[in-house]
Design a binder for this molecule. Structure first.
Ligand code: ADP
Ligand code: MG
Length: 247
């Protein structure tokens, strides 16, 4: 496994961005936020508000200009993505076209696909869990869009990291399929207790499985709170307006 982490944070590690600033050249983005450990947090906000950038900073695909990224209390700001205790699923799944379902999932355990018996067991379990049993030998092009996203999810489930980042992975799926996937994530979270940060522009998704909400606006954290309170109407004005507009 490519996980050379010096410290090994627990499942459900806390995630904190301590005055992290970032810029693509124009608008500065500043994230100062503490994600509740071992919870499911929905990251919401208008298009361009910085949701993907926030996850990329946590995963290490982008480096902060200033400030620190802390996971499980450890400063990982200088660590490359492979050394961080996180795994991420993107909106566009990045499966290898020439590898089978089983091999694509296996990459979550071993980049060289040299798999032990324990790896095989974990892979079979994740395929079963994501409803892909029986499709092990198929290639990505022989799957539906929903099935391909399941493969991407199975791959992070076998990695089994303390923090799971999801950047709108189900945006292209219909509502019923999306609900299935969300429920699967909630079930895995209930079993394993990992910290889940998921980006969605669907208030329904956040309401369904989100325990906390972090709301971004214009590259800053505009509001945070318990999902229950936010959806009961106790959220700040900026959130209520957004949910009202996108509902
Ligand atoms: P969201 O995921 O909430 O839609 P992003 O994090 O992708 O927002 O983008 C935040 C801001 O950074 C936006 O203004 C966007 O245009 C800009 N941005 C995002 N990615 C890039 C990039 N690769 N190059 C330049 N600007 C970018
Ligand atoms: Mg985005």
């Amino acid at each position: 496994m490519p996980d050379g982490t010096a410290s090994r944070p627990e499942k459900g590690a806390s995630v904190r961005l301590d005055k992290v600033s970032f810029s693509y050249g124009e608008t500065p983005l500043v994230f100062d936020v503490d994600f509740a450990a071992a919870k499911i947090t929905a990251i919401m906000g208008p298009s361009g508000s910085g949701k993907s950038t926030l996850l990329n900073l946590i995963a290490g695909f982008e480096m902060p200009l200033s400030g620190r990224v802390l996971i499980g209390g450890a400063d990982v700001s200088a660590e490359p993505p492979s050394a961080r205790p996180v795994s991420m699923v993107f909106q566009e799944n990045n499966l290898f076209a020439h590898l089978s379902v089983e091999q694509n999932v296996g990459l979550g355990r071993s980049p060289s696909l040299r798999l032990t018996e324990a790896d095989q067991t974990a892979i079979a379990g994740a395929l079963e869990r994501t409803g892909l049993a029986g499709k092990e030998r198929r290639l990505p092009r022989e799957l539906s869009g929903g099935e391909r996203q399941r493969v991407a999810l199975a791959r992070v489930l076998v990695r089994d990291r303390p923090v799971l980042l999801l950047d709108e992975p189900f945006a292209s799926l219909g509502p019923a399929l999306r609900d299935d996937m969300l429920d699967l994530i909630a079930a895995v979270h209930a079993e394993r207790g990992m910290t889940v940060l998921f980006v969605t522009h669907q208030p329904e998704d956040a309401r369904r499985i989100g325990q906390h909400v972090v709301f971004l606006d214009n590259g800053v954290v505009a509001a945070t709170g318990r999902a229950e309170d936010f959806f009961a109407g106790a959220g700040p004005e900026v959130f209520r307006r957004y949910v009202g507009a996108s509902a």
